[in-house]
Design a protein around this ligand. Structure first.
Ligand SMILES: O=P(O)(O)OC[C@H]1O[C@H](O[C@H]2O[C@H](CO)[C@@H](O)[C@H](O)[C@H]2O)[C@H](O)[C@@H](O)[C@@H]1O
Ligand SMILES: O=c1ccn([C@@H]2O[C@H](COP(=O)(O)OP(=O)(O)O)[C@@H](O)[C@H]2O)c(=O)[nH]1
Length: 919
């Protein structure tokens, strides 16, 4: 049975975008018919949502009411039917503090990731992660597992040493600063027990521990969503265990420019592990672009608009900007306790404008810069000194990492100095809190604030800015936002954007914000408020999971388009049983040595195409077999084919079949003599121009075509240059010429119109039949090549069972059974008859060596010439004696696939073993 079903893959019912839009509509209409959870369960004011479970303040503080929140109850409440989602993150939404042998206090974990995922309600969610506590004993582990199960949390137990090396070390001392452009720590700052290598080993070990827990709880059909830089190894571990698992990975931090990422000693391993996921998500398009770029530059992989391709496997990469559960904030503002807090705050700061900063005490948050800018503002605006106060909530974080300890004392020192400088007996300008606030206090604070200050030096998104906007419906305060926070891309239009490194600019912005007119504040606020209300964390999660589901559908469709591997044994058996075989071979990437990824990334091994050394022997044997005819059909010019194949007994078809010769005779051509080739010089100029400006690109001037090749150049730059080159071509030299521009993976070719391997093969075949004086039909065809899509028509030329939707191939002379039958020719429409083609190929070009031949010796084939004798066929292909085979391409109309030219060598060797020598 033919392998690829002749590429008659049923067309995808919808495009990916259509499918996703439909899915989105379905989600919306589902929401409309489903009662909201609040409506179903009554008001849940003051509670923290966690997926399908509610984590109330009571539950969190340890008063677990098992019957309210167990999975069984959740199911009974009608939550079944939702997709199971396993959220895997370093930190669980609750951190445990051990209070006795079997008792724990559970506190909500602070940080954007937890806040965002608490808002996700659409799925039947379980959370797998570390509870932030070392529990070495079995009794304690069992008790904590039980307590967490009530919140649908599953713990991963990490011991102190692992936490130290993996979390404090590799995650927070190496990856975190690097991803936020703060560079790598010097290795000598690390003790000998904490080297890059030991920390990286611990990182891998910890990721495997997470994977083990996931594997244990995984059920078929689950979606596994891995989060953040802590778990870059996880997708690989999971896929190694079960490659059917749907795995997504989302990064909450920025992904830095590839120039930064490439400094990381384990750069490649990390990228490869992430690429094992089906879908990789980032907050912004820039981060996604950096990631793809790192994969192309560091790993030498193919970056496409869809994602990253590695040997045909696509990992989708896209931006999914996170949001917040805005309703939770707006509803909280109505609560009496929040109103009470607001009242207290208003009284406390009456007569002063309130400025607010809420950050984890982290280097990336730019807290010193913010405070220094505030100092500058007070310095330059003495009239504001007793009219404004800055409240800075600095939540302690990662306290075991030395850099964070240093930051704490640095911030304390600056605050102390400024308060000493501008404070009075009754008031200080900065209120600095080294602690977190509870949700209600935080909402109240957001609501009474006049100006929020976010000065992150880098920040994946920054949810504080979203939360502030959500709480400002009545006050309409101003947001000053760092342009280096992901949020700047979504809230940039309503906020005042600043460069956090520019203290003067921030100070000026503070003044502008404090004095902004009500009208302008209103407009800016409305813009951002709308965004925060619509781009919620629920939408974010639903979109990600829906794309992840769809990515699997897409991958299945793609896989169905990949031809199966050539069954060598079948091809060889069939070969040995046949009497008149035709083998058509491409040259580039088929018979020459493969180019490895490193070669692509920089070092040019060979610009010149050279025959794979292991090919020579089998090729010699095959070409000497009287029952076998070999044609090398290549885009390369005559000189290249001469140089590589003159020693063999075979046919050479150069420049996609424009030139043909048997190695025992001269070249001939079908090109009309007076063909207009005026375009060549001007196209050459354009190619020269781009070659000069694209390092490691080159161009090849052939007789009938020119090819510009950038396979050794920087891929991204090469692509941009190719686009630019095409524009130049269309606008100039080829605007009026009859030419084909053929784009390859990493090349642009300009050739005379209508030239393709498929278009040439009928003439070549006719000539061979004629010259060889064939008496028996060809009963075996093997056609192997790494052809451009345009040239794949050669596969279809021989195809006995073309699917009905296949594009027409230049097979004017073929009858339905794929045989040349003079008798059937007359039945074809006049335009497709060879006699009409004949007129096109009047004379050969006036090339000296071609002129030696009689002009009509290689003329277009006429019916009477290509028939063996009246009524008999040249080709006797029934389906199982035809093997079309693509080399190293995953999308092809060929029946079969060979992965590399090494596989071609092996095939030729096997065939050669079944060949006979001339008698
Ligand atoms: O768990 P910790 O080590 O204490 O750190 C807390 C979290 O910090 C980071 O948050 C990021 O995620 C936010 C939501 O996507 C985003 O808005 C923010 O810009 C990021 O910094 C970290 O990525 C999380 O893993 C930590 O849990
Ligand atoms: O006292 C506090 C201060 C902050 N947060 C939360 O911590 C998160 C911080 O997220 P962000 O994205 O701004 O930065 P991250 O800390 O994740 O880097 C926000 O949801 C805040 O509501 C909190 O719960 N209590």
């Amino acid at each position: 049975m033919p392998g690829n079903n002749f590429n008659c893959v049923p067309l995808t019912p919808r495009s990916r975008l259509e499918r996703l839009l439909r899915e989105r509509e379905l989600r919306k209409s589902f929401k409309l018919v489903q009662p909201t959870e609040e409506a179903r369960d009554g008001s849940k004011e003051g509670e923290q949502f966690y997926g399908d479970s509610y984590i109330s303040e009571n539950e969190i503080s340890g008063n677990h009411k098992e019957e309210e929140v167990t999975e069984t109850n959740a199911d009974a409440r009608g939550f079944t039917g939702k997709q199971r989602l396993l959220v895997v993150a370093n930190r669980l939404p609750v951190s445990a503090v051990r209070e006795g042998v079997e008792s724990y206090r559970l506190d909500i974990s602070v940080g954007g990731l937890v806040s965002a995922l608490l808002g996700v309600k659409e799925f039947d969610t379980r959370w797998i992660g570390w509870a932030g506590v070392n529990v070495p004993d079995d009794v304690g582990q069992r008790a904590l597992t039980k307590a967490l199960a009530e919140m649908r949390c599953i713990p991963v137990f990490l011991d102190e040493e692992i936490v130290n090396q993996y979390y404090n070390g590799y995650c927070n001392n190496i990856l975190w600063p690097l991803f936020h452009y703060l560079g790598l720590p010097q290795e000598d700052r690390l003790a000998t027990t904490r080297t890059f290598q030991s920390q990286f080993d611990a990182y891998k070990k910890a990721n495997q521990m997470f994977a083990d827990v996931v594997n244990k709880h995984y059920e078929e059909g689950d979606v596994v969503w891995c989060h953040d830089y802590h778990l870059m190894f996880l997708p690989k571990c999971l896929k190694q265990y079960n490659d059917k698992m749907k795995v997504g990975w989302f990064l909450h931090t920025p992904f830095p420019s590839s120039e930064i990422h490439r400094t990381l000693p384990s750069r490649s391993e990390l990228l490869r592990s992430v690429l094992a996921a089906d879908l990789v998500g980032f907050h912004t398009y820039d981060y996604a672009r950096h990631f793809v770029s790192a994969c192309t530059r560091i790993l030498g992989l193919e970056g496409t608009p869809e994602g990253v391709e590695d040997h045909g496997k696509l990992t989708r990469v896209a931006a999914f900007p996170i949001g917040i559960d805005s309703d939770r904030f707006t509803q909280a503002l109505e609560l009496p306790e929040v109103q009470e807090h607001m009242k207290e705050l208003k009284e406390r700061f009456a007569g002063r404008k309130v400025m607010l900063g809420v950050d984890r005490l982290d280097m990336i948050k730019g807290i010193p810069q913010k405070i220094l800018a505030f100092e500058k503002f007070l310095e330059e605006n003495s009239h504001w000194r007793d009219k404004v106060v800055l409240l800075q909530i600095a939540v302690p974080t990662r306290k075991d990492v030395p850099e964070y300890q240093k930051l704490t004392s640095q911030v304390h020192e600056i605050v102390g100095r400024i308060n000493g400088r501008f404070g009075t007996l009754t008031a200080v300008p900065i209120h600095h809190l080294d602690r977190s606030l509870d949700f209600h206090e935080l909402c109240a604070l957001y609501a009474v604030t006049d100006v929020a200050l976010v000065t992150s030096l880098r920040d994946g998104m920054n949810l504080v800015s979203y939360e502030f906007v959500a709480c400002q419906a009545s006050k309409k305060g101003v947001l000053i936002l760092s342009e280096f926070a992901g949020a700047a891309q979504s809230l940039g239009a309503g906020a005042i954007l600043v460069n956090p490194w520019n203290i003067t600019e921030i100070a000026a912005s503070i003044g502008y914000a404090l004095e902004m007119s009500a009208d302008e504040r209103e407009k800016r606020h409305q813009f951002n408020f709308k965004h925060v209300k619509t781009h919620t964390s629920q939408e974010w999660a639903a979109t990600f999971v829906s794309e992840l589901n769809d990515t699997i559908v897409e991958a299945q469709l793609r896989t169905r388009q990949v031809p199966p591997l050539l069954p060598n044994k079948v091809a060889v058996d069939c070969y040995s049983k046949s009497n008149n075989r035709l083998i058509i071979l491409g040259f580039n990437a088929t018979l020459n040595e493969p180019v490895d990824a490193l070669g692509r990334a920089g070092q040019i091994r060979e610009l010149e195409h050279k025959l794979h050394s292991n090919t020579k022997e089998p090729l010699k044997k095959l070409s000497d077999d009287p029952k076998t005819t070999i044609v090398v059909l290549s885009g390369s010019g005559r000189a290249v084919l001469d140089k590589n194949f003159s020693e063999f007994n075979m046919w050479l078809a150069a420049e996609n079949g424009i030139f043909l010769r048997h190695t025992s005779s001269e070249w001939m051509t079908t090109m009309p003599e007076n063909l207009n080739m005026d375009w060549v010089d001007s196209v050459k100029h354009v190619f020269e121009y781009f070659t000069e400006r694209t390092p490691r690109s080159h161009f090849e001037l052939r007789e009938m075509s020119i090819v510009w090749n950038y396979k050794y150049a920087d891929v991204e730059f090469g692509r941009i240059q190719a686009r630019d080159l095409l524009q130049h071509l269309w606008a100039g030299p080829i605007s009026n010429a009859s030419l084909d521009v053929v784009q390859g993976g990493r090349s642009v070719e300009v050739r005379t119109i209508g030239v393709s391997k498929g278009a040439a093969i009928d003439r070549i075949l006719g000539e061979i039949v004629h010259k060889k004086g064939m008496k028996t039909p060809i009963d075996y065809v093997l056609c192997v090549g790494h052809f451009l899509a345009k040239d794949e028509d050669v596969y279809q030329f021989f195809e006995p069972e073309l699917p009905s939707e296949s594009p027409p191939v230049p097979r004017a002379m073929l009858s339905k059974s794929n045989s040349y039958r003079p008798s059937s020719l007359s039945k074809l429409p006049a335009t497709t008859k060879t006699s009409s083609k004949a007129a096109q190929y009047k004379k050969q070009r006036s090339l000296s060596n071609i002129e030696k031949r009689e002009l009509d010796q290689w003329r277009p084939m006429c019916g009477d010439k290509i028939a063996l004798h009246e009524g008999s066929s040249v080709l006797d292909l029934k389906g199982d004696n035809y093997f079309s085979c693509v080399v190293g391409r995953k999308r092809s109309s060929a029946r079969y696939l060979l992965k590399t030219s090494d596989d071609v060598v092996n095939l030729l060797r096997d065939l050669a073993e079944h060949s006979s020598s001339p008698t």
